[in-house]
Design a protein around this ligand. Structure first.
Ligand code: PMP
Length: 363
C-alpha cells in the first residue's frame, strides 16, 4: 500500500528517508553483521550511536555545555514524577501553569512530593487558550516553575515564556521540541517523549542544567535520579537502544533539512495554510480562536455534528489522510502536523476540507 499522510498525535509520521535508512541498516549495521537491536549497549558501535545522537542534538538545538542531555525511559509521564523528585531541593514548592490534560497530570504527580502552586489556569475556558500570566502571583522561593509548552490535545502553545527570574523554568516540550527555535538557556530543564518529533516511542530526552543535578530527595529510586544517569551517560542500565538510534537518524535529518530554523519556517507555512482554510470555512471551526496561542503542531477543529465527523474521517481515509480524530477526552477532529508531515500532506488535507464543505466528498 502507498504511504498515507498520517496526522496522528504520536506515535506520529517519520520522514520516509529515515525509515528507509533504518531499513537498509536493519540486518547489518555498518558491517557489524548485526542489527542495532541485537547489539550490546556497551559495544563500540553502540557508543558511537548514543554519542552521535547527543552530539547532533546539542548542535541542532544549540545546547550549551553546562547542560546535560539524557536519554531515559518511562515516557514524558515519568518526568512528571522525576522533575519534583529531583528538583524539590529547598522550599519544596513549585509553580505550575495549568493548560490542559498533560499539565493536570504533571500537577497531580508533583503534589505527591511537595507544594504545588497553580499560578494560572485556563481550565475555566476548557483550555482553549493560554491563560494571562500575573507575575506577582509567582512564588519567589519556588524550587522550579513548570509549563507544558505545547498542549498536544488542546492545540495551544506558549508564544511568550513566563519571566521566572532565578526560579528554573521546566518545560514539557513533548509535542514541540525541534519544531521551532528555542533558547535553551531560558530553561532549567526540558523534557520530551520521542514519539512525535524525535522518533519512535521508548526514549525520553531530558536536557538539564548542571546545577540542578544531584539534589534528589533521599527516597528517590536510583533509576529516577538524574545524577545516576548523568554519571553513567544514560547507560546506567540497558537504554532503549533502537529508539536512541532512530533519534540519532532524526537529528541528522533535521540537520540535513537546514536545521531547526528551516524546519520552523516550513512548519509555520503548513500551520498557516491549515488555519486559513479553517478560518475561511463556514462549516469547520478551529478550536483555538486566539491566534497568539495557536499551536503549529496540533490543530484541533470541529464540525457541527458527530455524524459529519464520521463522514469526514471516512472520506479522508479513502484519500490517504488518516488519524484525524480528536483526542478521546475532547472529541472532534485534530490534525497533528509534526516536522515529518510534508507540505503536500497539509495541502491535500486543505483541499479535502474544501471539497468536503463543497459537498464533493460528503459520502
Ligand atoms: N506531555 C505531552 C505534552 C504529551 O503530548 C504527552 C503524550 N502525548 C505526554 C506528556 C505523555 O507522554 P508519554 O506517553 O511519553 O508518557
Amino acid at each position: 500500500m502507498a504511504r498515507v499522510f498520517n496526522f496522528s498525535a504520536g506515535p506520529a509520521m517519520l520522514p520516509e528517508s529515515v525509515l528507509k535508512k533504518a531499513a537498509e541498516e536493519m540486518t547489518d549495521y555498518k558491517n557489524t553483521g548485526m542489527s542495532v537491536m541485537e547489539m550490546s549497549h556497551r559495544s563500540k558501535s553502540y557508543e558511537e550511536i548514543i554519542n552521535g545522537a547527543e552530539k547532533t542534538l546539542r548542535e541542532i538545538m544549540n545546547i550549551p555545555d553546562n547542560y546535560y542531555i539524557l536519554f531515559l525511559q518511562g515516557g514524558a509521564s515519568l518526568q512528571f514524577a522525576m522533575v519534583p523528585l529531583n528538583l524539590f531541593r529547598k522550599s519544596k514548592k513549585a509553580d505550575y501553569i495549568n493548560t490542559g490534560v498533560w499539565s493536570k497530570k504533571a500537577i497531580s504527580e508533583a503534589k505527591k512530593y511537595g507544594i504545588v502552586n497553580i499560578v494560572a489556569s485556563s481550565e475555566d475556558k476548557k483550555f482553549i487558550e493560554i491563560p494571562q500570566l500575573v507575575p506577582s502571583r509567582f512564588s519567589k522561593d519556588a524550587d522550579y516553575f513548570h509549563i507544558t509548552m505545547n498542549n498536544t490535545i488542546e492545540g495551544t502553545v506558549f508564544r511568550e515564556l513566563p519571566e521566572t527570574g532565578d526560579v528554573p523554568l521546566v518545560a514539557d516540550m513533548s509535542s514541540n521540541i525541534l519544531s521551532e527555535e528555542i533558547d535553551v538557556r531560558k530553561f532549567g530543564l526540558i523534557y520530551a517523549g520521542a514519539q512525535k518529533n524525535i522518533g519512535s516511542a521508548g526514549v525520553t530526552v531530558v536536557i538539564i542544567r548542571n546545577d540542578l543535578v544531584g539534589n534528589a530527595i533521599p527516597m528517590t529510586p536510583t533509576m529516577l535520579d538524574y545524577k545516576i544517569h548523568v554519571e553513567n551517560k544514560s547507560l546506567y542500565n540497558t537504554p532503549p537502544c533502537y529508539a536512541i538510534y532512530i533519534a540519532k537518524l532524526i537529528f541528522e535529518w533535521v540537520k540535513e533539512q537546514g536545521g531547526i530554523k528551516a524546519i520552523e519556517e516550513r512548519n509555520r507555512a503548513k500551520a498557516d495554510m491549515l488555519y486559513k482554510a479553517l478560518d475561511e470555512s463556514k462549516l469547520f471551526k478551529a478550536v483555538v480562536i486566539d491566534k497568539k496561542c495557536r499551536s503549529i503542531m496540533n490543530v484541533p477543529f470541529t464540525l457541527p455534528s458527530e455524524e459529519l465527523d464520521a463522514k469526514f474521517l471516512n472520506g479522508a481515509k479513502k484519500v490517504g489522510l488518516v488519524t484525524l480524530k480528536g483526542h478521546r477526552s475532547v472529541g472532534g477532529l485534530r490534525a497533528s502536523i509534526y516536522n515529518a508531515m510534508p507540505v503536500d500532506g497539509v495541502k491535500k488535507l486543505v483541499e479535502f476540507i474544501k471539497d468536503f464543505e463543497g459537498g464533493k466528498n460528503a459520502n
